[in-house]
Design a protein around this ligand. Structure first.
Ligand SMILES: [Zn+2]
Length: 328
């Protein structure tokens, strides 16, 4: 799975420009599903039609954070607007990449006090001599430029949020040989901008129940906000975040699936943040929804850290869930 996660995290795909990620996922999943289509907004929807059971939608988002060019000055320095919830503090010194492969360095203006550092004080240096030599245009979007690396069982890289979830869905599709449900594997667009792709894809699919697979924060680092979730202690079954109270029957079914698969799991209450499940749950007349989360440190930075055992655990929980779920 590590190789799959590496292939997916290395693909370029800021919100609204998920084409490269979508093509890569389509290649990976096509041999393992009965059908595949891309909807009007760019969501990739794959399915397995086992029988006439309920429709179960699994969702993971394809998009990653980006930096959109807003202005290029006479010296060729680029100002940007964040695409998604990008923190400014860790940015100076980071490398970013534009489509076509042009690398830039994020740098900061000189400030008296670090508190003055905001996105407006940062810029991207492309190494250009002047504006005419800057090989980018207003509206172009850069993403973090980092390889996927490992430290023991830990994965370290950019865009683990949520390519790791996409990898889980691909792997579930690959290993799922029989189930009583019609499983939809949905790779959504523009989650980071407000769960946009999940809204339209769920409307089209009309699922009977849904599970989003996404990363979640942890409470296991020095002076972290208090939170029960730790890295390496199993995938998390969400109880609540700011977008959703998970449907109790879906949550219970996920916990039972974890027990069946003998996968240790953690219960997650995330006080700030949400996932695609938040809007899927409110589709049409309502869809019982839950979330399986991959505990991940340093979210929305170029060095997100997750544990391969938690990822593998999430695959096994979902396989057990699909084998048993015959309705919420
Ligand atoms: Zn995410």
């Amino acid at each position: 799975m590590k190789e799959l996660i590496a292939r997916l995290t290395q693909s370029y795909g800021p919100s609204g420009q998920e084409g490269e990620v979508r093509r890569r996922i389509a290649e990976e999943i096509r041999p393992h599903v009965d059908g595949l289509r891309t909807d009007a907004l760019g969501n990739l929807i794959a399915w397995k039609d086992a029988g006439k059971g309920p429709r179960v939608m699994l969702a993971a988002h394809m998009d990653e954070l980006g930096l959109m060019v807003t202005h290029i000055d006479e010296q060729g320095f680029v100002r940007y607007a964040p695409v998604g919830g990008l923190g400014h503090l860790g940015l100076p010194g980071q490398r970013v990449i534009f489509p076509g492969g042009r690398i830039g360095v994020v740098a900061a203006e000189r400030v008296e006090d670090v508190k003055e550092l905001k996105h407006e004080k940062l810029y991207i240096d492309l190494g250009a001599a002047d504006r005419a030599g800057a090989p980018v245009a207003v509206g172009d979007v850069a993403v973090f430029h980092r390889p996927l690396e490992t430290a023991g069982t830990r994965l370290i890289g950019k865009a683990l949020d949520d390519r790791v979830g996409c990898a889980v869905l691909v792997e579930v599709a690959r290993r799922l040989t029989s189930s009583a449900v019609r499983a939809y594997f949905v790779f959504t667009v523009q989650e980071e901008l407000g769960l946009r792709g999940a809204r339209t894809s769920a409307y089209g699919i009309e699922p009977d129940l849904a599970v989003a697979v996404d990363v979640t924060a942890t409470g296991d680092t020095p002076k972290a906000a208090v939170m029960e979730v730790s890295l390496g202690k199993g995938p998390a079954v969400k109880v609540k975040d700011s977008s959703l109270i998970c449907h109790p029957e879906v949550r219970q079914a996920l916990e039972e699936a974890a027990a069946t698969a003998a996968v240790p799991f953690q219960r997650e209450v995330l006080e700030r943040g949400g996932t695609d499940a938040g809007v899927i749950a409110l589709t049409r007349t309502g869809v019982p929804s839950g979330v399986v989360s991959i505990p991940t440190r340093y979210l929305h930075t170029p060095s997100e850290m997750a544990d391969l055992a938690d990822v593998e655990g999430a695959v096994r929980v979902l396989l057990a869930f699909l084998s048993r779920s015959t309705g919420a």
